[in-house]
Design a protein around this ligand. Structure first.
Ligand code: PHE
Length: 454
């Protein structure tokens, strides 16, 4: 084995591919972020705009990423280099690696909180607490200097261990096991939530659109959330699809992943808003919504601590199937481009992301006064990645696929060398050439004039 130090691994089954890709998509973005972003941006109206973006822009961008990754058979950067040798299009892939770095840094911080909450549930610490107590304890926890960081590092190590085990024996094996369980538990918790007294107002908030709340900001956040939730614009799905079999139908896979992701986001809303209204909590209460509201619901259930523990285990699991896809972007890039072993790449990536992550965590406590452009480190990483890097990455990806990569290559990938019919192809080409770039660019430009980072 002279030249290639990392022989390429791949996914072993169709279900493995869906579980891994949907596992990347379904995560804290659906269960933690979607409900609070929707809550802050008008509920039902946000949901509609969001779903519109998922369909019109999300699915075509995902198909484009799948085509690039499977054609390139390399990490996000390397796949562009292979399809467009001698050009700088591979900078899109590089930007994706940077975005993965940023996202994992703040994401692992929240993922760590879920571990603390598993322990709290198991040890009955929520028993008898009022919503006000729950809120005070949550804020006390995230602002303490050491505990959240310790949990964040535990989470990073777990992620690294799975990535280290490889694509088939690590990523595929664990996502196949965990995704069905997640679905089952979310449904169970939805049923509990909608049957709470006063829960109906929550459903109305989620499903009755109030367009008077829609502003330019709502539209920007809906697009940012669609990219974030579908894991688009930053190379996660390019990297994963580089391990797909040549027989995989890329278009139907993209549709299946987008549907799974949207269904879980809606279910998360159905799980959370009725409870929010039943408790009289503000739906726009921000990132803490899940960590304050849900423990409150569990207190109302027989066996609540058990369900609470199970819920937070599953939230951790949903986060884990996403963090492995984020780390994989960086690891595949380091190992293939720097030509180092997967083990070394995993170590370097995990250590460096963790350092940035510690700063993200500290921005809830010791560093809460430290702001850049008026945002804490955590918010700045989140904002830059979700609302700038991902849409920009998505824009460049559709421009690449629509105008540069060549129709032939893309058609070959989407039809598996002519084996599948792709009746949608003309519509797809028009979307990636015109509709998606214009829509994404308009929103990005607007966001800069609307106030950029301020
Ligand atoms: N899609 C994930 C979620 O919703 C987050 C993520 C973004 C994962 C980008 C990978 C890449 O939680």
């Amino acid at each position: 084995m002279p030249t290639n130090p990392t022989p390429r691994d791949n996914f072993g089954s169709k279900f493995g591919i869906i579980a891994a890709a949907a596992g990347s998509a379904v995560g804290l973005g659906n269960i933690w972020k979607f409900p609070y972003v929707a809550g802050e941006n008008g509920g039902g109206a946000f949901l509609l705009i969001y779903l519109f973006f998922v369909l019109l822009i999300g699915v075509p961008v995902m198909m484009s990423e799948f085509a690039i990754g499977r054609k390139g058979q390399k990490n996000a950067y390397g796949s562009f280099s292979l399809i467009a040798p001698g050009t700088r299009w591979n900078l899109i892939g590089f930007m994706g690696v940077v975005a993965a770095f940023f996202i994992l840094a703040f994401y692992s911080s929240v993922a760590g909180w879920t571990l603390e909450y598993i322990i709290s549930s198991v040890s009955h610490r929520f028993a008898g607490q009022s919503p006000a107590d729950l809120e005070r304890n949550f804020i006390g926890f995230i602002s303490s200097p050491l505990k959240p960081i310790a949990w964040q590092l535990v989470f990073m190590v777990l992620t690294a261990l799975i990535v280290l085990a490889g694509v088939k024996k690590g990523i595929e094996k664990y996502t196949k096991l965990l995704m069905p369980v997640l679905l089952f538990l979310i449904i169970l918790l939805c049923i509990r939530s909608v049957t709470l007294e006063g829960g109906k107002d929550g459903l109305a908030f989620l499903f009755k659109p109030d367009f008077s709340k829609v502003t330019g900001k709502t539209i920007l956040f809906a697009l940012g959330q669609a990219f974030f939730s579908l894991s688009l614009g930053m190379g996660a799905l390019i990297t994963y699809s580089s391990y797909f079999s040549k027989k995989e139908n890329l278009a139907s896979t993209a549709v299946e992943v987008a549907i799974s992701d949207s269904v879980i986001a809606i279910l998360a809303g159905v799980m959370i808003f009725p409870a929010v209204f039943a408790f009289g909590i503000e739906p726009g209460s921000g990132p803490s919504l899940v960590f304050i509201t849900l423990p409150g619901i569990f207190q109302q259930m027989p066996g609540g601590d058990f369900f609470g523990a199970v819920f937070f285990i599953l939230l951790a699991v949903a986060a884990l199937t996403s963090t492995i896809s984020l780390l994989e972007v960086v690891v595949a890039f380091f190992s293939e481009e720097l030509k180092i072993s997967r083990r070394k790449a995993t170590f370097i990536a995990t250590a460096s992301i963790s350092v940035l992550g510690v700063f993200a965590s500290l921005s809830f406590g010791p560093l809460d006064k430290f702001t850049i452009f008026g945002k804490s480190i955590f918010d700045l990483l989140d904002y830059t990645a979700s609302n700038v890097l991902l849409p920009l990455g998505g824009l460049l990806i559709v421009l690449f696929v629509g105008w540069f990569a060549g129709k032939k290559i893309i058609k070959q990938e989407l039809t598996n060398e002519g084996e599948l019919r792709a009746k949608y192809f003309l519509a797809f080409v028009n979307i990636v050439k015109f509709v998606a770039p214009v829509a994404i660019a308009a929103i990005l430009i607007y966001s800069i004039f609307w106030g950029g980072l301020g």
